[in-house]
Design a binder for this molecule. Sequence first.
Ligand code: GLP
Length: 258
Amino acid sequence: MEIVILDDSEKVAERAADILEDYVRRGATLGLATGSTPLHTYQALIRRHREEGLSFADCHTFLLDEYIGLSAQHEQSYRETIRREFTRHIDIPDAKVHGPDGSAEDLQAAAEMYEQQMAAAGGIDIQTLGVGRNGHIGFNEPGSSLVSRTRVKTLHPHTVQDNARFFGSPQDVPIHALTQGLGTITEAGHLMLLATGETKAEAVAAMVEGPLAAVCPASVLQLHPRATVICDEAAAAHLKYRDYYRAALATKPSWQHH
Ligand code: GLP
């Protein structure tokens, strides 16, 4: 794992955009996360598209997860959110923006179909991730199998509470979701997890320096040969080895890739 600690959330977004830009230039398949953390990164990429001509025309995108019970057009569905916040501002056709179908009658079949779609696209080259306060990634809540595939999960009450800010009230937040499993996520070629703010400090410490355990789903990044964690000072506050991570970054050889 490479741990990149930067001053603030703007620097986190620019660093994440730098890494993604390399993939975009190669027409890669991008795994996208929703949530507020990656929004600044998406804005940085939109700016590079507008001002520097960065083209996404050869890319495919796949969402991590989707609420169950909202239509794809619902303004809080993850499909619509990613469209509104990112993909409609860049040159990627809507047909190349994929997500699990949370409105399907047969959710198990929808989950299997989504796995097949990702495989048919050649897999995810780089997966952007946020992290929940309890260490969830996608909607893989504590207790998720470390080898799980795309399936239905029940949101933890804290996750419902955290996501209520996007809805009228907590009662309006769906409590089920279709999410890529931890086994699915770790098949991506590169995992890039972003964390900002002090509310994420405990989850970041558990993910990076705690045991590999289903109780902290994000700790599955420890199993991945190419995982980059980019966080601001506040989110890094509980890391025991943060001085070492800073030193490793400061002395990183130019031949070492991201
Ligand atoms: C949701 C999403 C996750 C996201 C998490 C954190 O539960 N399913 O993919 O990482 O929220 O969101 P935020 O970035 O808003 O803190």
